[in-house]
Design a protein around this ligand. Structure first.
Ligand code: C5P
Length: 204
């Protein structure tokens, strides 16, 4: 069974997806971490096409994130890594390579998969499709608190990323037709987790 959680940057997808997976005894798949790894690998191998890099790299997700055996858990969370991820993610060859890896991963077992295109591309047959949103200021406030940066700076970078993420095949600001929109603005984390867990239990 797959529970798909999509939505824009800063909507709280990672925290919610991880908590929901724990509550249900499912495994959590952070597809953004995979794009971040490819961004990192591509930047240290600028002569190879990013799609080739994406197909070649070995990414291991878990408590620690390993990229070709190197621990990149912290390295993939910097502002530069976010930029790099968003840039390689607009390359169709990168997307094809990572979607293939993601589909192989979720083919067995129970998963809470989080990203931008889970419900539409990676797992169109997902049992539950949730689209998490929050208004832009709230998203920026949450990320600024996480990163220890100014809200204004985060808001600007977030807007640029939203625009870049907003391409034809991964519309990140609107819920796909068959997804359930959950607006987290003003909700506590526990309230959001409860809503998603309820949807999952109903779908079982
Ligand atoms: O979710 P996270 O912020 O870690 O994702 C990093 C970047 O990877 C996003 O800005 C987006 O461009 C890209 N991404 C994507 N498709 C996914 C997950 C992430 O394009 N399924």
């Amino acid at each position: 069974m797959v529970i798909a959680i999509d939505g824009p940057a800063g909507a709280g997808k990672s925290t919610v997806a991880r908590a929901v997976a724990q509550r249900l005894g499912f495994t959590y798949l952070d597809t953004g971490a995979m794009y971040r790894c490819v961004g990192l690998a591509a930047s240290s191998d600028p002569d190879s096409p990013a799609g080739e890099v994406a197909a070649r790299v070995n990414i291991v997700l878990g408590d620690r994130v390993l990229l070709d055996g190197r621990d990149v858990t912290e390295a993939i969370r910097t502002a530069e890594a976010s930029e790099g991820a968003s840039r390689v993610a607009s390359d169709p060859a990168v997307r094809a390579a990572l979607v293939a890896k993601q589909q192989a991963i979720v083919a067995g077992g129970d998963w809470v998969a989080e990203g931008r295109d889970i419900a539409t591309v990676v797992a169109p047959d997902a049992a539950v499709k949730v689209f998490l949103t929050a208004d832009p200021e709230e998203r920026a406030r949450r990320r600024a608190a996480d990163l220890g940066q100014l809200v204004e700076e985060v808001l600007k970078a977030q807007h640029e990323r939203d625009v870049r993420d907003q391409t034809a095949d991964r519309s990140t600001l609107e819920a796909p037709k068959d997804s359930i929109p959950v607006d987290t603005t003003g909700l506590t984390l526990d309230e959001v987790i409860e809503q998603v867990v309820t949807l999952a239990v109903e779908a079982k």
